[in-house]
Write a protein that binds this ligand. Structure first.
Ligand code: ADP
Ligand code: MG
Length: 241
């Protein structure tokens, strides 16, 4: 693993009842980058996130985070090391305020000393929610809920943020806001792996794009290289998905 990589995946496979959901996947995520994982439904993107965060163990291969072999670690162990995930379907506590929901992220997440109030305030600001801090979560719009989910993950003080379709269902204005927020998070020092279907957003924001098809990594490169890769066009960009 190179010194610049925060995450290194080597020959990782995981099957479900004989179906290879992730098949011999290897790649490196450079520290401080935004790396997008794209591919059709069923390509293995969520399974990959589940493998990195310890929800599933790979059948074979190794996952190295910050130079440490984390293969087979539990979700709590992985979270304590500084990996956080923003889920596509946010499930905040509806009767709790925005601040209280984000505080929960600050109380769990990465191990070590922290000032919970300061971490919470910073996460709210990064996610553009400072003005909504005392709203109840149930009052938020879809776009604001997505930002709450990102803020909750950020409050865990991750060095690696895995974001699962943060732009899904957002209108163009909200998508542009989310792109700005993700850039701000990266500029504040985190590395981001993004699963996203919104191609303009992916092309705009990514340093590297990885393309999964039926569990296999079929291409990786800069956005402009990926956009003209014939296999990618055939597998993904050319479809109506
Ligand atoms: P994506 O997120 O790219 O749409 P997934 O990782 O969710 O793809 O799924 C990849 C394949 O693995 C699919 O065929 C899916 O049905 C299967 N799969 C994912 N998780 C499980 C599971 N827990 N049990 C059985 N099959 C699963
Ligand atoms: Mg998925």
């Amino acid at each position: 693993m190179s010194a610049q990589s925060i995450l290194s995946v080597r020959g990782v496979s995981r099957s479900f009842r004989g179906l290879k959901a992730v098949n011999e996947v290897s790649f490196e995520v450079p520290r401080g980058s935004i790396c997008s994982l794209i591919g059709p439904n069923g390509a293995g993107k969520s399974t990959f996130f589940n493998l990195v965060t310890g929800y599933f163990a790979p059948d074979s291969g190794t996952i190295t985070f910050e130079g440490r072999d984390i293969t087979g670690f539990s979700p709590v162990q992985v979270a304590h090391l500084g990996v956080a995930r923003a889920f596509q379907i946010a499930k905040p506590f509806p009767g709790m305020s925005v601040t209280e929901n984000v505080r929960i992220g600050a109380l769990f997440g990465r191990a070590g000393p922290r000032d919970v109030d300061a971490v919470t305030t910073q996460a709210l600001e990064l996610a553009g929610l400072a003005a909504l801090h005392d709203r109840e979560a149930r009052e938020l719009t879809v776009g604001q809920l997505r930002r709450l989910e990102v803020a909750r993950a950020l409050a865990a003080r991750p060095s690696l943020l895995l974001a699962d379709e943060p732009c899904a269902g957002l209108n163009p204005t909200e998508t542009a806001e989310m792109v700005t927020i993700l850039r701000r998070i990266r500029d504040a020092g985190a590395t981001i792996v993004l699963v996203e279907h919104d191609m303009p957003a992916v092309m705009q924001i990514s340093d590297t794009v990885l393309v999964l098809e039926a569990g296999s990594l079929i291409a990786q490169g800069k956005p402009e290289e990926i956009a003209r890769d014939p296999r990618v066009i055939a597998a993904y960009l050319g479809t109506d998905e």
